[in-house]
Every structure is written in structure tokens, then in C-alpha cells.
Design a protein around this ligand. Structure first.
Ligand code: MN
Ligand code: MN
Length: 313
């Protein structure tokens, strides 16, 4: 099937409020049919505090009807560069955390075998771990936008939750800590040693204060140099944004990014070797206006644009 078969519904012929609710009004597809597979993972059983991210994919699909085709800065439509389609949701058992991780990793292994790059919508941040298990067997780089490092060891004796995915991924050899950068980290922590693992492993943590001092260009130039030209995954936790822009999330932290800063940072990923990306932690029950899901949908489009513009190898 050709690129012409994977165009979003045009708002000039089918109104935005009509038609089935798919990501960016794209056709439903199988991973075999597309270059970039948009996939929902409606799972939040890894949440340690306020839940609701399981409802993220459905609401982001809804709000993504606002996304248009052509990026206003580049003048390019990602839908003319790659075949992108909505490959549905990974159906997971919310009552079986470890079983859900296996289901998710098996699904993404299939996506990888099909030759598609995943663009994933969570779900809480734990889902990044099984996505990585599915798409790589050797350590890759990571650009991680978040208020939180998510490199804790355990909560309540549980090692698999949304505060631990990046520690597990390093331990499992899925991520190369020397090629990892976390941007936007902030907020009070439970214990003074909470960043010790990340620091000892060599993960570059850019706290929000350093970001404010140095600015987007310098920070993103450093982030690009840390991951280099080798295989890299991008993970965007919506709580990286300030809660005034994105209140609909389980673990908000004030003093975060503006939506404009987030857009500029994602655009600065252009040309990197991106094997997959995710947008996680949108929690519609805390998002009565829908603005957080709309912001998530727009950042998903920005991520799609940088992935479409660069080939992963
Ligand atoms: Mn996170
Ligand atoms: Mn977070």
C-alpha cells in the first residue's frame, strides 16, 4: 500500500468532529503496512499515586482530531514522508502487572519484526520498559523529558512501577546509561539519595534550573551530542510540562516547561536516529478541559514529524 493510502481524513471534506476517533484521523493499519505505527497502551497499573493514565490513548485520539497535516515551521507533511497508521491499542490485563509487561513487550516485538517504528501513547511511564524490551536487544540511547528521573529501585517492595522503568532498562541492558539524558528534572524527592543510581551510572541529568540558565539551544545541543548518531529512543512524560499547561497528570510538579519550550525541544531532535518514541502520563480524569490531552496530541505530531524526517538504521 502506498503513502496515498495513509493520509489523515481531510478537514475540508470530513469535519474534524466526524468520523472514527483514530490518532490524527489516520486509517487503522497493521504494523506490516506502515513505517511508523501509532499505538496506544492503556495501562496505568504501574502508577504509585494518582491513576488515570489508562484513559490516555482514547482521549488523545479524540483531541488529535485537532492535528492538521503540514508542520507550520518546516512546511512539510510527515504523512507525505512515511506511511503512518493507527495500529490500535495493546490490550492488557490491568490486574496482572507482570503479565501486562509480557503482553506489551510481545506486541512491540511484533511491531519491530514488521519493520515499523513505534510511536506510543501511554499509559503510565512503566510502559516504556516493555516497549524497549520489544524493540531492542542491545543498549540504545535515550532522550527523556520528565519532571522525574524514574530511576528509583522500588516502591512498596515492587520493582516494576512508573518510578523505576529507566533503572530496570539499564540493568537489563536495554539502555546505555552513557547515552542517556534526562531533561526537566525537578521537585522535592523522598530521599536525598534518589538520584544516586542515575549519577553513578553516568546518566546526564539536566535539572530545570540548569535548563533555565543555559537555554534550549545549548541544552539540546548537548543532548544531541550525548546520544550521537546511534540508535536512540525518545520518551516524553507530559509532567515535564508545567501543570499550568498540562494539569491532567498524576504527579504534577510546578516550575516546568512551557508548551513552546516543549515544541522547540522536540523539533531539536530532527535528524537523530530515532527507533521509537512515547508520550506518557496523560491522565484524563484530572484533565476536565481536555487541554493536557490536546497538548499531548500536538507533541505526538511534533514527534511524528521528527521521526518521519529521519530514517532509523
Ligand atoms: Mn516519568
Ligand atoms: Mn514524571
Amino acid at each position: 500500500m502506498s503513502i496515498a493510502d495513509f493520509q489523515p481524513l481531510h478537514s475540508g471534506s470530513v469535519p474534524r468532529f466526524a468520523g472514527p476517533s483514530t490518532f490524527m484521523r489516520l486509517p487503522m493499519a497493521t504494523p506490516e503496512q506502515v513505517d511508523i505505527a501509532l499505538i496506544g497502551v492503556p495501562f496505568d497499573s504501574g502508577t504509585t499515586n494518582r491513576p488515570g493514565a489508562r484513559h490516555g490513548p482514547r482521549e488523545i485520539r479524540n483531541q488529535s482530531s485537532l492535528v492538521r497535516r503540514v508542520h507550520h515551521v518546516t512546511g512539510v507533511s510527515p504523512f507525505d514522508q512515511v506511511r503512518a497508521g493507527d495500529c490500535g491499542d495493546v490490550v492488557v490485563n490491568p490486574l496482572d502487572l507482570l503479565g501486562a509487561l509480557d503482553t506489551i513487550s510481545s506486541f512491540f516485538a511484533g511491531v519491530h519484526r514488521a519493520g515499523a517504528r513505534p510511536l506510543v501513547v501511554g499509559g503510565d511511564h512503566l510502559i516504556t520498559l516493555p516497549v524497549l524490551r520489544g524493540i531492542t536487544s542491545e543498549p540504545v540511547g535515550l532522550i527523556h523529558f520528565d519532571a522525574h528521573s524514574d530511576t528509583y529501585d522500588e516502591f512498596f517492595g515492587n520493582r516494576y512501577n512508573h518510578g523505576t522503568p529507566f533503572r530496570r532498562a539499564v540493568e537489563e541492558g536495554l539502555l546505555d546509561p552513557k547515552r542517556m539524558v534526562q531533561i526537566g528534572i525537578r521537585g522535592a524527592i523522598s530521599d536525598a539519595e534518589n538520584y544516586d543510581f542515575a549519577r553513578a551510572a553516568g546518566i546526564r541529568i539536566i535539572f530545570i534550573e540548569e535548563f533555565v540558565e543555559r537555554g534550549i539551544d545549548a541544552v539540546m545541543a548537548e543532548a544531541r551530542s550525548i546520544v550521537g548518531g546511534a540508535r536512540t529512543y525518545v520518551s516524553f512524560d507530559i509532567d515535564a510540562l508545567d501543570p499550568s499547561f498540562a494539569p491532567g497528570t498524576g504527579t504534577p510538579e510546578i516550575g516546568g516547561f512551557t508548551t513552546r519550550e516543549a515544541q522547540a525541544m522536540v523539533r531539536a531532535l530532527a535528524g537523530l536516529n530515532i527507533i521509537g518514541a512515547d508520550l506518557v502520563e496523560v491522565s484524563p480524569p484530572f484533565d476536565p478541559s481536555g487541554v493536557t490531552a490536546m497538548t499531548g496530541a500536538t507533541l505526538l505530531f511534533e514527534l511524528l514529524c521528527v521521526m518521519a524526517g529521519s530514517n532509523a538504521g
